[in-house]
Design a protein around this ligand. Structure first.
Ligand code: IMP
Length: 463
């Protein structure tokens, strides 16, 4: 099947993640922006996200702006929706970097109602949530939680307030008392933020109105999800979640449309292994709590450290009976280090029980599988059953972090397969991989439409 078949009669498409984020949505946002969409809109989160896109020999990491901005010159509109929280300084920095690389911003739109991440949010977040030690969330430390907290408490600063310094002063004056630990100097804030506000002014508008007019005019829309379902405030594994609802529903709401208006949702799943950053349960994690603690340590460039320490032993480690060693080897083989924080990502086999839950909440949907090309002939496992602490077993996801921590995963084991990097034909994928895909889609209740076979756009097998 070609892209035309997949997107036949589709006007609104959503690309969301069915796991813990970092599943490669950026590649597909780029894929659909270049080949299909007129408008690419993001509805949730802020610069806690990091979408990596590889274009030719260039790697770009987007934190706030949808990856579709690369096609601004072609007249494609990119929207930062009302459900987002935006750090204006980070946004300007991201725009400057892209501008230097020749990217234009003729069609960028920022919701006037998106909330603003202020410096005191960042400070608060770092002080309260950034550490993963002692059961902490291990937030990205970008001020996301505190900014959403202010929004929910109805004292948030909106992008539109940046256009009226008198309103901004009044609002900060009122919320100062909620940040007693911090030195909030309003004159300094205004002096710092004024030039940034001037620069962003032309982009700030009612994006909901724009989006609905565009839908009426037949424009094709791609909604770009952020994070992943298990991190959703509403549906994720609370309290190890981010502060927005990054489900399909939340993504739609975050740009001002009903999820019912979405014609096709594509759920991205890392397969046959998956990753997580930050604290919280991860049933299939290789190395369990030992790995969680190891990945939470805050020091230098772990990518280089791991290379130096384990470099020559990868194959031996992949066959090790110690899952912790296997996890390090798999992380190195797959290059799984955070795009935003450079943290080593926690790693384990794909959990079909949890994926089934994600399909239920985020669906109906079709699936995109990513990262299957990363394995190097290694046997792999997919989890289809949970053994509970009382010895009983279930194939149903239990959304309770304390229960999940004690679950033992039961796996179906598959033979390793040869190199699939760059394969564009689904039928040519090795039989052990296709068998595992058929088992998976039957179990989770969603068809696999796309298998990513490498980081570049052309390395994509459409079914
Ligand atoms: P926050 O969104 O920075 O508040 O972090 C809350 C939790 O979500 C932490 O466990 C983060 O590691 C995780 N998280 C936030 N954004 C991402 C993302 O883009 N990818 C993966 N994990 C994320």
């Amino acid at each position: 099947m070609g892209l035309q078949d997949l997107l036949k009669e589709i006007q609104i498409l959503a690309v969301v993640c069915n796991q813990y984020g970092d599943t490669g949505k950026g590649k597909f946002s780029d894929f659909f922006a270049s080949q299909w969409a007129d408008i690419i809109a993001r509805g949730t989160g802020g610069n806690n996200a990091g979408h990596t896109v590889i274009i030719g020999d260039k790697q770009r990491v987007f934190h706030l702006i949808p990856a579709g901005i690369t096609y601004d010159k072609e007249g494609k509109t990119n929207i930062l929706g009302n459900g987002m929280v935006i750090d204006p300084f980070v946004l300007i920095k991201e725009m400057n970097t892209l501008y230097e690389e020749g990217v234009s911003f003729n069609h960028l739109l920022i919701s006037d109602r998106a909330n603003v991440v202020m410096f005191y949010h960042v400070e608060q977040d770092k002080a309260e949530n950034a550490s993963q030690k002692g059961g902490g969330i291990g937030s990205t430390g970008r001020g996301i939680g505190p900014a959403y907290t202010d929004k929910v408490a109805r004292r948030g600063i909106m992008m539109r307030d940046l256009l009226h310094m008198d309103i901004l002063v009044e609002k900060i004056e009122k919320l100062k008392k909620y940040y007693p630990q911090q030195q909030i100097n309003i004159d300094k804030i205004i002096a710092d933020i004024s030039p940034v506000a001037d620069r962003l002014k032309p982009f700030i508008t009612d994006t909901v109105d724009f989006l609905h007019d565009s839908i009426k005019n037949g424009k094709r829309i791609c909604l770009e999800g952020a994070q992943g379902l298990y991190l959703s405030l509403e549906h994720g594994i609370y309290r190890y979640v981010t502060s927005s609802d990054c489900s399909t529903n939340g993504t739609a709401s975050g740009v001002g449309i009903s999820a019912k208006a979405i014609d096709l949702t594509l759920g991205v799943v890392k397969f046959p292994f998956m990753t997580k950053v930050g604290g919280g349960p991860f049933v299939t994690e290789l190395g369990g709590i030992r790995s969680e603690n190891y990945c939470s340590q805050e020091f230098g460039n772990r990518k280089d450290d791991e290379k130096n320490i384990y470099g020559g032993r990868l194959n031996e480690m992949m066959n090790s009976s110690d899952d912790f060693e296997k996890g390090i080897a798999l992380r190195m083989i797959a290059g799984e280090y955070g795009a935003t924080t450079a943290r080593p990502r926690r790693i384990g086999w794909t959990d079909a029980v949890a994926a089934k839950y994600a399909v239920r909440v985020n669906g109906p949907m079709k699936l995109i599988l990513t990262k299957a090309d990363a394995l190097e002939n290694n046997d792999f496992n997919i989890c289809y059953n949970y053994i509970m602490s009382d010895g009983s077993s279930t194939q149903k996801f239990v959304n309770d972090s304390e229960v999940l921590r004690k679950v033992i995963p039961e796996y179906k084991i598959y033979k390793g397969y040869s190199d699939i990097r760059g394969e564009t034909q689904f039928e040519k994928l090795p039989s052990s991989l296709t068998q595992s895909i058929i088992d998976f889609e039957k179990f989770v209740g969603a068809e696999v439409s796309i298998v990513s076979t490498g980081p570049e756009m052309i390395q994509t097998a459409l079914r």
